[in-house]
Design a protein around this ligand. Sequence first.
Ligand SMILES: [Zn+2]
Length: 463
Amino acid sequence: MIRQHSTRQHSARHHSDRHPHLVRRWMLMSIVALVGLCALACSPQVERPDSVILFIGDGFGPSQMTFARNFLYGPGGGRLELESLPVTALVSTWSASNSVTDSGAGATAIASGFKADNRYVGMTADGEVAKSISEIAQEKGWKVGYVTSTTVTHATPAAFYAHVLNRYTDEDLIAEQLFDHQPDVILGGGKSSFLPESEGGGRQDGRNLLAEAKQAGYTVWERGQNLDEPAPSKLLGLFTNGHLYYTIDDRQYPEERRDPSLERLTQLALDSLSSKSKPFFLMVEGGRIDHGGHDFDAASVALQTQAFDKAVAAALKFQKQHPKTLILLTADHATGGLAAGDAIDWDGLKRQNASVSAMADRIRGSEEGAGMLNELTGYDDFTEQDADEVRQAIDGYTACRILGRKLAERTGVTWLPKIGNDTYGHTGEDVPLFAGGPGAERFQGILDNTDIPKILRQLLAWD
Ligand SMILES: [Zn+2]
């Protein structure tokens, strides 16, 4: 009875009171819409990136940046592409064991948010596994990739996928852990750690990780591969046994015999990772700025920085087409104590036609001496005694540093005052950070290297 009454009442109202009913509904909907709009406009909006590209310049301190800019463009003559990223910060880099970090501890802090002892990779100072941002990204269904100009098992990329207590003795293990991690894209050097000795590699255990990678569904690309072919979605590209060549040495060869540039490898990784709709995390390391610093090779520092900067330019171009991409750029530490001085023979530096490392190797491996040095540096005052000092050095690294020092006496570049020191040539000043894209402003100010993955996790709501 009641129900009938109610139905009748409703039915009776249906025609006569139609408009007031609709007006009330519209008013309600308008209020909801207004509240929604206000929430959009009035409260801080969480803008989340759908992909993250993290650049790490190994040994890329503030002086390296200024020095490279002055070398390439002259003071006031231009800026690096990376300097166009709008948000900046300074990042402290001390490690758990030292005031000056090595690349292992530095990259571990950037990758995981944990301070580690020098030599550790992907481990906390207590020896626990330090889970990296890319390992979390994988759990969240993101694709992950690594690009470097060093071996792909070198400390910086390794800190994102490996967990070992000694980066120097555990390189074969790092290669296995890379394989276990199954990133979507890995591009760089270091084939030696993937092949057994019987096939020209350095592995003692007889495993052929390249063959295993193919079985696991990877396309393996090596030296001579046409990089213009469509980028496979699961790609392992190892283009040399060791590190990719220094730009200064590689440019002596015809184009077709050169190593792929960091820029080309970055484009390739972006093509591969963005081919599916999944979000992705990509780490790109400019790994040999550091090596130039260790060898007191200022021209190499500048040219490796330029190569790094071109890779950043490729990412900036990608970001224009994919505006939800967050680009971060920082360094693990600075190297060599390089000063951006005023009494530098820039023309002399630009004449240099081989890396300090390549010249030292030539002296140690042959009778070549002063003539070769004078030819490749453009100076005419190297003596056979200079060459002998390089030849008699106790190891290749010391030979480079002796030659680098001798070259610096001519170019006017200032480096660390001692050759032997307990920080391996690294220095501990704060390093720059640049950011651009959704959430970039959260990285502004004074940071510690461990803050970087923490802010990223907060931004992506992964905590
Ligand atoms: Zn280093």
